[in-house]
Design a protein around this ligand. Structure first.
Ligand SMILES: Cc1cc2nc3c(=O)[nH]c(=O)nc-3n(C[C@H](O)[C@H](O)[C@H](O)COP(=O)(O)OP(=O)(O)OC[C@H]3O[C@@H](n4cnc5c(N)ncnc54)[C@H](O)[C@@H]3O)c2cc1C
Length: 450
């Protein structure tokens, strides 16, 4: 009896095994890390740094061939093309600055230099009437509206969610003044963007309370490299993520080079502009998927040049220029009080003009136009290169810019979705820019540790 039972049992087991798919018979593939961090910009690196300190097992996958993301010291042209200015009260970023003894330059006393004005074909050494300066008009009109009384209110105020131009108009700006303000406002189009962005930035300035503006001496890469070099696990570059599959037990991430990584949790620090191109399987919350697919980002194109002779000494005009031409603002981007780094800064709608051009056409147009605006530059400026953040494939935009109705998605969009968490500049409750990237990393660190 005993023997027959044994034979029955073992043959049943044999039968069962013979029908089992091979994969089930094998032990589940080993996890590559407990936590996968997608994106090696400030947010991803800071999260890795925090997890390192807590003794956690993580891996950072970065799509491009370099770390830093939107903090970008471009070696080929010798220029900073991304985030560079921090406030002395940016608490998370300043903690890192201190930890890594990062050398900073305080640019507060010379950052606001006078600007020449090129308007309707004429060059002025300043605004003919200071009250017509569009930056002044914009901020004085915005300031007439009651401001937020706490830093994290901006996404909870549907009553403030209207186009920025509607607010400015109600507070006294004419359509012509709105057109002028639109040239240098840091948005795609103030007739489309939500006034919530202005409320948020203004609240961040007020409640953060920074009094000094600091730049990274020698470039932001010193800071970024210091964080990366402190990590136990080196960042894996050229890992462009294209699939995230959360099966409830583990998350499987696939990259464009066919490599596959498995982890218990995944943290995306990628901007939503690139995350929306990733095939994802997880359980999203409310408006989260919509936010990933539709959230707006500001387009910025910088055109970098250098001078071969000090043209501003010849015509005795200020170095910087505000223009109503496609070049918009022409400015000194150097962190040094004595050196000059010439660049054009084109925002939002205006970037489309250059998107259609080849690099040579951008270079030729820019030199010709600056020569026309300012004859003292003829033969004294050279093209270095452009940074088109809207077209740069790893970001597709400079920073988040909430369209009307989009701030209402904020709380859903930053919640963990299954085993997937969301960090990055666009997911901060309070801050903006680099401090937002770091704040969001701290939030996700807390989510992972509870
Ligand atoms: C022109 C410009 C000027 C700025 N000026 C300032 C300033 O003066 N002060 C300030 O505080 N902030 C400034 N900022 C903003 C600041 O730089 C950013 O908020 C911050 O660096 C964002 O960090 P992050 O880690 O959230 O995102 P990112 O730095 O964008 O990091 C995300 C990373 O994800 C990677 N990635 C994208 N897609 C994939 C994929 N599919 N697979 C794998 N990896 C992927 C990207 O390559 C990138 O490295 C500026 C930004 C720009 C563009």
């Amino acid at each position: 009896m005993k023997r027959r039972k044994f034979i029955q049992q073992s043959s049943a087991a044999g039968l069962a095994f013979s029908f089992m798919p091979l994969a089930c018979a094998e032990p589940a593939p080993k996890l590559d890390a407990e936590i996968l961090i997608l994106g090696g910009g400030l947010s991803g690196l800071y999260l890795a740094y925090l997890l390192d300190k807590a003794g956690k097992d993580y891996l950072v996958l970065e799509g491009s061939n370099r770390i830093g993301g939107r903090m970008f010291s471009r070696e080929d042209i010798g220029r900073e093309v991304g985030g560079r200015g921090i406030g002395d009260k940016y608490s998370e970023v300043m903690k890192l600055v201190k930890e890594f003894n990062t050398e900073m330059i305080d640019i507060t006393d010379y950052m606001r230099s006078p600007s020449a004005i090129y308007l309707e074909g004429k060059l002025y050494d300043k605004w003919p009437d200071p009250k017509t300066n569009p930056a002044y008009l914009q901020f004085s009109a915005f300031g007439k509206s009651p401001q937020l009384t706490a830093l994290n209110q901006w996404y909870q105020k549907p009553e403030l969610d209207e186009t920025y131009s509607e607010l400015l108009k109600r507070n006294g700006l004419s359509e012509e003044q709105i057109d002028l303000a639109n040239i240098s406002a840091n948005y795609n189009d103030i007739r489309e963007t939500s006034a919530i962005n202005a409320y948020h930035s203004s609240a961040f300035r007020k409640f953060n309370g920074s009094e000094r503006v600091l730049n990274f001496k020698g470039g932001s890469h010193h800071f970024i490299n210091a964080i990366a070099n402190s990590l136990k696990n080196p960042v894996l570059t050229d890992k462009m993520v294209n699939t995230i599959d959360d099966n409830g037990k583990e998350v499987v991430v696939k990259c464009a080079d066919d490599s596959i990584y498995r982890a218990k949790k995944v943290v995306s620090t990628m901007p939503f502009t690139t995350l929306r191109d990733v095939k994802m399987n997880t359980s999203f919350n409310g408006n989260q998927k919509r936010a990933i697919n539709e959230l707006d980002y500001t387009d910025i194109t910088q055109i970098h040049l250098q001078h071969t002779e000090p043209f501003w000494e010849q015509d005795e005009m200020p170095f910087d220029m505000w223009t109503d031409t496609p070049l918009e603002r022409i400015m000194n981007m150097s962190s040094s009080p004595t050196e000059k780094e010439l660049a054009c800064w084109v925002n939002g709608l205006g970037t489309a003009f250059f998107d259609k051009m080849s690099e040579k056409e951008v270079a030729d147009y820019t030199i010709k136009k600056i020569n026309e605006i300012r004859p003292s530059t003829v033969g004294k400026i050279e093209y270095l290169g452009q940074q088109n953040w809207g077209k740069y494939k790893y970001n597709k935009g400079a920073y988040v810019e909430f369209g009307v109705g989009q701030a209402a998605w904020f709380e859903d969009m930053i919640k963990p979705a299954g085993n997937m968490h969301f960090a990055g500049e666009h997911t901060a409750h309070e801050s903006r820019g680099m401090e937002a990237a770091a704040e969001s990393a701290r939030r996700v660190y807390n989510e992972l540790m509870t």
